[in-house]
Design a protein around this ligand. Structure first.
Ligand code: UN1
Length: 496
């Protein structure tokens, strides 16, 4: 099945026939492929080739670079079904979410194509007569993209679509848990390159490797930008290493996203939003809803309604009509179990969270999503466990709710459900949520690509995808031009 999909997507399997790295599907734990791994020397050679590609690509006019991304978007449209299905096989995402992820790739391509004609800089008033100032944006260099298993293709596409129109070359280090979707995405981009005609060779490369190979990418001064998505632990290490060589990084790390549920909230809407945000992708999005901060007047009712909604959720094979697929692996299940044990020890009342379908799939980790009624925001609640656990806490006044929202180390996504415009505006104000994303009457996950995506504190501070995130992939130059016959100095200095 998977081999057939890979062939259809244009992956040359012969190159990986002797590979040492086995890939397993979380659906049933079976092996679905092997991949060859890069060592440090292979990574260095890739960087060298990428540098050459960059030197050619930066000279291509940006709208023409946009044409390559336009073609890539077309190739993705034609292959949406197959790539979406492969995402499901490799990560356990349900069919709808696999397709949604490919749609996110298509959307960012469209966005980047428009952007390729809009890499605008400012013109700035000069204080000197006969002078003008402006700001120009230039391609940056080689961009290293490190991505996580949970969005194995979309996050690379956010980075790559922008990096290509801004004139850069890309080396992608996918998660070792999801290298097949990476090889397929790369094959589709290569197809677009063939249609394009004269893109430089090695403009985009995939480097599957272990931590050591990853370090070769992170520590090399020729890699101008490292855009890394994953755990806070990984980001702290990568960020420091890149900073030590004065490289640039974009970090998109852990989230611990909350919803404030106000007394005026539309509870029907809230239940649906919570279900998608807390249970979707089996709780394995960085934007997954992990904390529900409910007003004391609605808390018992929302817990009761959620429990009955959770009971109806179908858990099972992600390509056979379920809403919740498996966790990625055993380690992830172990982490869920230990978080639930800690929550119980802290006085939490756990509903659900048990392992499912063990007889049918002994080597896969399906779980019932958990709701945990917590007496307080204890240490385990402040920690991101990458699994479907929703901690529920109560609040008395909106100030307290906002404090609870902010009193965690992470700062990615947040939302409030309310019909009270004062609360909604306060939540989005300087005194409100401290997160990169603050929504009203929609959940924490499922962001569109048009906005800048990322968050504060331990989330890493990076911004990707829409708005002016493209500026992170370019170098800014300030130009002052003298078109007079004099040489006045700034600040009125006389130097005669
Ligand atoms: C991630 O989990 O790393 O907002 C990205 C969302 C998706 C992206 C998630 N558009 O949930």
């Amino acid at each position: 099945m998977v081999e057939h999909l890979l062939t259809r997507l244009g992956v040359d399997l012969s190159a990986h026939a002797a590979g040492s790295h086995a890939v397993h599907t979380p659906i049933d734990g079976s092996r679905i492929g092997t991949v060859a791994l890069d060592d440090r020397a292979a990574v260095a050679a890739r960087i060298e080739r990428a540098q050459h590609a960059f030197e050619a690509w930066r000279a291509v006019p940006a709208p023409r670079r946009g044409e390559l991304v336009r073609l890539f978007g077309e190739v993705l449209r034609r292959n949406k079904q197959a790539l979406g299905e492969l995402v499901s096989w490799e990560t356990g995402k349900i069919a709808q979410e696999g397709l949604g992820e490919v749609q996110e790739m298509i959307d960012i391509c469209d966005f980047a194509v428009g952007l390729s004609r809009q890499l605008y800089g400012l013109t700035i008033a000069s204080e000197r007569p006969g002078h003008h100032m402006r700001e120009t944006w230039h391609p940056l260099g080689v961009v290293g993209v490190i991505s996580a298993f949970n969005f194995p293709v979309a996050v690379w596409a956010w980075n790559t679509a922008l990096a290509l129109v801004t004139g850069n070359a890309v080396i992608w280090k996918p998660s070792e848990k999801a290298p097949l979707t990476a090889l397929a995405s790369q094959a589709l981009l290569e197809q677009a390159m063939r249609e394009f005609g004269d893109a430089p060779a090695h403009l985009s490369q995939v480097s599957v490797g272990d931590r050591d190979a990853g370090l070769a990418l992170v520590e090399d001064a020729r890699v101008a930008l490292v855009s890394a998505t994953g755990s806070t632990r990984m980001g702290r290490d990568v960020g420091q290493r890149v900073a030590a060589r004065f490289g640039r990084s974009i970090l998109e790390l852990g989230g611990n996203n909350a919803m404030i549920l106000a007394p005026s909230a539309d509870l029907d809407l809230a239940v649906r939003a919570i279900l998608f945000a807390a249970v979707g992708t089996a709780g394995q999005r960085c934007t997954t809803l992990r904390r529900l901060i409910a007003h004391e007047s609605v808390k018992d009712e929302i817990v009761a309604r959620l429990r009955s909604a959770y009971a109806k959720v179908r858990i099972g094979h992600p390509l056979q009509g379920s809403l919740v697929g498996p966790l990625i692996d055993k380690a992830s299940h172990d982490a869920m179990e230990s978080a639930l044990a800690r929550a119980r020890a802290d006085g939490g009342k756990v509903h659900g969270g048990d392992r499912r379908l063990q007889a049918e799939y002994p080597d896969a980790y399906y779980v019932a999503p958990a709701i945990v009624d917590m007496p307080a925001q204890t240490e385990v609640v402040r920690h991101e466990t990458f699994a479907p656990i929703l901690y529920v806490m109560s609040y008395a006044d909106i100030g307290q709710a906002i404090r609870l929202n902010n009193e965690v180390p992470q700062g990615l996504s947040s939302c409030i459900f309310t019909a009270d415009v004062r609360e909604a505006e306060l939540f989005q104000s300087a005194l409100g949520s401290d997160c990169g994303i603050a929504n009203v009457n929609i959940g924490t996950s499922g962001a569109e690509i048009g906005g800048a995506f990322g968050g504060e504190k331990e989330t890493g501070g990076g911004r990707e995808s829409g708005s002016d995130a493209w500026k992170g992939y370019m170098r800014r130059q300030t130009n002052t031009v003298n078109y007079s016959r004099e040489l006045p100095l700034a600040q009125g200095i006389s130097f005669d």
